[in-house]
Design a protein around this ligand. Structure first.
Ligand code: UDP
Length: 158
C-alpha cells in the first residue's frame, strides 16, 4: 500500500517583543524552528510595530480580563515578528513547541518548550500561535494581506 504524503498546513506565529528585543535569541529561535526535528518552513516573515488600537483589536476576545491592558501595553512596547509557518499539522506542532500559556506552568508540565525556556511572565510569554485552521486563515490575512493562501496551496500540489 502506498503511503500518502500529508500536505503541509499553514499557521501564524508571533515572536513577541520580549524575544525581538534580543536579536541573538530571536535568531536562535528562527534557526531552531526550521531545524530537525521541528522542520517548519518560514513562508513569510515580517517585523511589526503596533499602535495600541491594533493590539486591542487583535486581543478583543480578552477585553475586560484583568490582564488585557497589560497585554496590549506589552504588545505595543516594541517590534514583534510575524511568521507564516508551514509543515504537516503546523497548528498543532507549533502550539506544542511553544507550550502552555503560562511559562511557570510550562516549566513544570512541558519543560524544554519555547515558553518554558524563554517566557518571562504570564503576559511576557514570548510567543503566539493560531489555535485552529479558521483562526490561522484570519490571522494570516491580518498580518500578510497580500499573501494568497489558495495560490500557495496550488503551488504545493503542482
Ligand atoms: N495572558 C496573560 N495572562 C493570562 C492569560 C493570558 O497575560 O492569565 C496573555 C498571554 O500573553 C497570552 C495572551 O494573553 O499569550 C492570549 O491568551 P490566550 O489564552 O489566548 O493564550 P495563548 O493562546 O496565547 O496560549
Amino acid at each position: 500500500m502506498s503511503k500518502l504524503k500529508q500536505l503541509p498546513q499553514l499557521t501564524l506565529a508571533l515572536l513577541k517583543p520580549d524575544i525581538v528585543v534580543n536579536p541573538t535569541i530571536r535568531n536562535q529561535i528562527l534557526h531552531k524552528i526550521q531545524s530537525h526535528p521541528h522542520s517548519f518552513t518560514i513562508v513569510e516573515q515580517k517585523d511589526i510595530l503596533w499602535k495600541l488600537a491594533q493590539a486591542k483589536a487583535f486581543y478583543k476576545a480578552h477585553e475586560g480580563r484583568f490582564f488585557f491592558e497589560r497585554l496590549c501595553g506589552f504588545m505595543t512596547s516594541g517590534k514583534f515578528t510575524a511568521l507564516i509557518l508551514a509543515r504537516e499539522d503546523a497548528i498543532h506542532y507549533w502550539r506544542q513547541l511553544i507550550g502552555p500559556t503560562h511559562p511557570c506552568r510550562a516549566r513544570v508540565v512541558a519543560p524544554g518548550t519555547l515558553r518554558a525556556t524563554y517566557g518571562l511572565t504570564d503576559t511576557r510569554n514570548s510567543f503566539h500561535g493560531s489555535d485552529s485552521d479558521d483562526t490561522a486563515k484570519r490571522e494570516i490575512k491580518l498580518f500578510f494581506p497580500d499573501f494568497d493562501i489558495d495560490e500557495w496551496r496550488r503551488n504545493q500540489n503542482s
